[in-house]
Design a protein around this ligand. Structure first.
Ligand code: 13P
Length: 234
């Protein structure tokens, strides 16, 4: 079972989500499809598609204006929450430490965190890709999680840029993540690839060892872009 997750970022509307869910109802796939949408769209019935959020507070409740707790997200029927996305690390100063706390809160609320790790262009050029990925996994994934987790490898320099690493680079990164998860007692954790996934490259990326699915940004917004990605992944 592969996982195809869309990340709508700050795009869309409840109507657009209803339309997308409707368009996906009759898709012939045995894979898991997840749409991670802005908080205001949570609660829309996903039918055969799972609905998820894009971030969660590390705190349970209280005086944290503007934040949304994992329990509140679970209360809408959502099943997945992205944590540690590149844009949250860049614009909200999320660190591996806060990402781990958020992931733990998501698990405690009975949902599955999609924990993102990946290197920036500066880190890549400084030869730190492997180090950033390994510490990202070790420090962002709660130890002994009391529930499932999903990892997403998102090379930060490739997001939204129309760039993708070579399959060999993806294979090396995913092998490192799989080995790191093994050493943490988390074998069989799905590892998604994300950054500039589209219909024309999805199946090829899925052929790389240790790639268990994709996390799709821009190409998850319209049925005409997303459906061919889903159907290309067997
Ligand atoms: P793009 O697919 O638009 O590159 O975005 C990737 C991403 O950030 C998914 O979380």
């Amino acid at each position: 079972m592969k996982i195809i997750a869309g990340n709508w970022k700050m795009n869309g509307s409840r109507d657009a989500l209803v339309n997308m869910v409707r368009a996906l109802q009759d898709i012939d796939t045995s894979n898991t499809v997840i749409l991670c949408v802005p908080y205001t769209m949570l609660g829309v019935d996903g039918g055969n598609v799972y609905i998820g959020a894009q971030d969660a507070s590390a705190h349970d409740k209280g005086a944290y204006t503007g934040e949304v707790s994992a329990d509140m997200i679970a209360d809408t029927g959502a099943r997945y929450v992205i944590v540690g996305h590149s844009e949250c690390r860049a614009y909200h100063n999320d660190t591996n430490d806060t990402v781990r706390q958020k992931a733990a809160a998501v698990i405690a609320a009975g949902m599955v965190p999609i924990i993102c790790v990946g290197e920036t262009m500066d880190e890549k050029q400084a030869g730190k890709t492997m180090e950033v990925i390994e510490s990202g996994v070790r420090e962002s994934v709660p130890s002994d999680p009391d529930g499932d987790v999903i990892i997403a490898y998102e090379p930060r320099w490739a997001i939204g840029a129309g760039l993708t690493p070579t399959n060999a680079e993806i294979a090396t990164a995913h092998k490192l993540i799989a080995d790191t998860l093994d050493s943490m007692g988390l074998s069989n954790t799905p590892i998604l690839y994300g950054a500039s996934v589209k219909a024309s490259n999805a199946a090829d990326i899925m052929s790389v060892p240790n790639v268990g699915g994709v996390l799709v940004g821009g190409a998850s917004l319209k049925p005409d872009d997303l459906i061919p990605i889903i159907t290309s992944i067997k």
